[in-house]
Design a protein around this ligand. Structure first.
Ligand code: F6R
Length: 242
């Protein structure tokens, strides 16, 4: 079931998205599912602000990220491991041993997927943060990915690599061709999901996710089957909805 929250500014949207996260942080052992990309950066700023101002502790928090590029070192400037540290982990007190990001740097990529899914299954994610791609992807599950998928290797589409080239000196040739990603079934196990999307270029994907047929053409449409999804939109991203 979708609960749709529309706000004028990205700051307001991020503050709204932080509310359910803050609720989860009151638990004794919270498990957070985290995403990279531009969409959740405002939420992470809220988490950092709250940690500084209110002393909210992450000592007992365990985190699992959605995805990671394959074939670049963990400490590469554009790895999702680095992104998460620069945008969140370096500013809160979550122990490094509680942080999980798929190990795209490992030689045995298939085994890295199996190990990640097994680690994830030891926990129950209380809240999963998501963005959405223009083609309706969530995590790196591109159109055509089966709804039953668990953590797996994904060939990135030209569209996604073009979108992400902005982080690689605008050069698509530097963007990795593969990623390790949680599958759609892995994501669906989370108890609560919050999805953040802004801008007109997300409007069609948002519409297809909520109103379109449930189809692997729009991987995010699987969320129609989830009991608790909150979608945080600005007016542009919501513009195709009624
Ligand atoms: C990132 C991820 C991706 C992004 C999506 C939107 O971990 O899983 O699915 O959420 O590509 O990216 P942004 O937020 O940069 O528009």
């Amino acid at each position: 079931m979708f609960n749709i929250i529309i706000r004028d500014t990205y700051e307001e949207l991020s503050a709204e998205a932080f509310k359910p996260v803050k609720e989860v942080l009151k638990k004794e052992h919270p498990v957070l599912g985290l995403a990279t990309g531009s969409s959740p950066v405002g939420l992470y700023k809220e988490m950092i602000r709250d940690h500084k101002e209110n002393g909210t502790s992450y000592q007992n928090v365990v985190t699992f990220n959605l995805d990671e590029y394959v074939g670049i070192p963990q400490n590469h400037a554009q790895s999702y491991y680095t992104f998460m540290h620069e945008n969140l982990f370096n500013y809160i007190d979550c122990p490094e041993s509680h942080i999980h990001v798929p190990e795209g740097f490992r030689k045995d990529e298939e085994q890295a997927c199996v190990d990640y899914e097994n680690a994830l299954k030891q926990y129950s994610v209380d809240i999963q943060v998501l963005g959405i791609g223009r083609d309706g992807h969530i995590a790196f599950n591109e159109p055509g990915t089966p709804f039953t998928s668990e953590t797996h290797l994904m060939d990135l589409t030209e569209e996604t690599r073009t979108d992400n080239a902005r982080f690689f000196d605008g050069d698509i040739n530097q963007v990795p061709k593969k990623a390790i990603t949680q599958g759609l079934a892995s994501i669906m196990r989370a108890k609560k999901i919050i999805l953040i999307a802004t801008g007109e270029n997300k409007a069609q994907a948002v519409y297809d996710m909520i109103k379109g047929p449930k189809s692997t053409n729009c991987p995010a449409s699987i969320l129609q089957d989830h009991a608790d999804v909150r979608v945080y939109l600005d007016k542009a991203a919501a513009s195709k909805l009624d």
